[in-house]
Design a protein around this ligand. Structure first.
Ligand SMILES: [Zn+2]
Length: 178
């Protein structure tokens, strides 16, 4: 329960406000959560709210970068029949990597992002990664591959990103010249 540190009242409102920042030359907008004491009017941001706001800002930046959101990563891992622990064995990234991605503390690298999309889209890639993990992770019966519908969303989410399109077309141009 939230308590005002000034007057010790527990009559606290949770409010959100629009905020924005400039990221890589683009303005990104998001909602910031804060608290207001109904007794004395003090406005404050609790430590859990700071964490939540930091995660919101990180997600907005990831969206601008065309990266999977924390929720999307959570969904992919779940659909593949993995936990945070087994996911880090399969995909690498360190023991606590997936708990940090899912809680929005850390953004996945662009290469981790692509690996997740690949594994979710191509069962053979996922099977290869499971085998590569050296038998530490077992493949569950694959309800894992009811993910194709969802994947269309991930693809379109990425395709909506201007930067993603630019980098894709520059790859195409390079291969045309190659
Ligand atoms: Zn107060």
């Amino acid at each position: 329960m939230l308590i005002c540190h000034l007057c010790h009242s527990s009559d606290i409102f949770i409010l959100t406000a629009k905020d924005s920042l400039t990221y890589k030359g683009h303005k990104i907008e998001f909602d910031i959560e804060y608290s207001v004491c109904n007794a004395c009017g003090r406005e404050f941001i609790e430590s859990q709210q700071i964490q939540k706001n930091d995660a919101t800002i990180l997600n907005a930046k990831k969206f601008a970068d065309g990266l999977l959101s924390s929720e999307e990563i959570k969904e992919i891992i779940k659909n593949l029949g993995l936990t945070q622990e087994t996911a880090s064995k399969v995909f690498g990234g360190g023991e606590n990597a997936f708990s940090k991605y899912e809680s929005g503390k850390v953004a996945q690298s662009a290469s981790m992002d692509r690996l997740l999309r690949l594994a979710a889209e191509f069962p053979s890639v996922f099977h290869w990664l499971i085998a590569f993990s050296g038998g530490t992770v077992k493949l569950k019966d694959s309800s894992a591959y009811g993910v194709s519908e969802k994947l269309k969303d991930y693809r379109s989410a990425a395709a909506n990103q201007e930067q993603y399109q630019i980098s894709s077309s520059s790859i195409l141009e390079e291969s045309n010249y190659g």
